[in-house]
Design a protein around this ligand. Structure first.
Ligand SMILES: Cc1ncc(COP(=O)(O)O)c(C=O)c1O
Length: 368
């Protein structure tokens, strides 16, 4: 029997291909393309991290799935410092970037047919892909009341600061989600990859005592160095939280060969121990954000949410493709909000990830 497509058939078409027509129009602009569509870092990898990678390049042996002791200590220290995880006892595990963990977590947790996974109403598409890979059922909801008494909920994804909306969920909201999940024996996976990028609000980790109550039961925080440290190309992430769940993930990942390469582990140690480059990168994004907010609001867009993170969630109260086309004619490519769920169909997502030189082009183009 030909089984080609048995698994890929569960997944949707790759969304970005739909943007090709607008990309062609934008690229034809005489001043060149300003690409604010994908949130891919454009600034150099900080020198301190490159040196650590290079120094570890002679790594002939298999790396540790659990991470080297140095990496485990660096992750633990960072989680204490940046997530406010003051209580001891959380587990940590490096991942090959965070996308693979997002995509495989439902499967690694043993979820399948009949199990429900809750994802935000407007969100990063990989949560849904992971639910589909596991053969579980997705429910899109931002509030617990929308969920009712569904006892089949096994996993709840939250994402604050959110992609694409930049929304920050307050500690009290996160606390309610954690309490609700614990009462039902469900797990809360909190994707916190934009936690270090707070602008108008201070993002809170699920591992902070005001959220998890000093116990890590049923909670996992998912982190990434892609944006904080310009390491998207290295594939460097980690998960921290419930020690029993993290131990279970480690056990499976050892068997499955889901291992962060040794030179990348060394680079992660350098990245996590250094806040100077992260602060400098945050300032670069802040300056770009200020420019883009002024230019887009000047052109009649309203910026909703967007208190933190790497994106502006912009609307002119029109269908998102109308905004995408209007911007493409000015050589500016953005992502249509509908990529992130039906509720996003009147917004566009504007990424802060273009060079200063390209972003300097935007105000004049939007004034036309
Ligand atoms: C919300 C969210 N989670 C996870 C990821 C994956 O990031 P990475 O695999 O580079 O760690 C992204 C990437 O854009 C994202 O926006």
């Amino acid at each position: 029997m030909n089984r080609t497509g048995a698994v890929s058939g569960r997944l949707p078409e790759f969304t970005w291909d739909v943007l090709d027509a607008a990309a062609t129009v934008a690229a034809a602009h005489p001043g060149g393309l300003v690409n604010l569509s994908m949130g891919t870092p454009v600034d150099p990898v900080p020198e301190v991290i490159r040196q650590a990678l290079a120094a570890a390049s002679n790594s002939p042996g298999y790396p540790l799935t659990a991470g080297t002791p140095a990496l485990r200590a660096a992750i633990t220290d960072w989680v204490r410092r940046s997530c406010g995880a003051t209580t001891e006892g959380f587990g940590v595990l490096p991942t090959i970037g965070s996308k693979e963990l997002v995509a495989w977590l439902p499967t690694l947790l043993g979820l399948g047919a009949g199990d429900v996974v809750v994802v935000p109403r407007i969100c990063y598409p990989t949560y849904s892909d992971g639910v589909r890979l596991a053969g579980a059922t997705e429910v899109r909801a931002d509030s617990l009341t929308a969920l009712g008494p569904d006892s089949r909920v096994r996993l709840v994804w939250i994402n604050s600061p959110g992609n694409p909306t930049g929304k920050v969920l307050p500690a009290a909201h996160l606390r309610k989600v954690v309490d609700w999940a614990r009462e039902r024996g469900a797990i809360v996976a909190s994707d916190e990859c934009y936690l270090p990028l707070g602008w108008d609000a201070e993002p809170v980790s699920v591992l902070a005592p005001e959220v998890c109550g000093g116990s890590y039961d049923n909670v996992l925080a998912v982190h990434s160095l892609s944006k904080r440290s310009n390491l998207a190309g290295y594939r460097a992430g980690f998960v921290a939280g419930d020690p029993t769940l993290v131990a279970e993930l480690l056990k499976i990942r050892k068997h499955a060969g889901m291992i962060v390469p040794a030179p990348v582990q060394a680079a992660m140690v350098a990245a996590l121990q250094d806040e100077t480059h992260a602060a400098a990168q945050q300032e670069r994004y802040r300056a770009r954000r200020d420019r883009l907010v002024a230019a887009f609001t000047g052109a009649g867009f309203r910026i909703d949410d967007s208190q933190a993170g790497l994106y502006l969630w912009a609307t002119r109260d029109e269908e998102c493709w109308a905004s995408v086309d209007w911007l493409a004619r000015r050589g500016i490519l953005v992502a249509p909000g509908v990529f992130y769920g039906p509720g996003g169909d009147r917004h566009v997502r504007v990424a802060l990830t273009e060079s200063d030189e390209r972003i300097a082009e935007v105000p004049a183009r939007l004034a036309q």
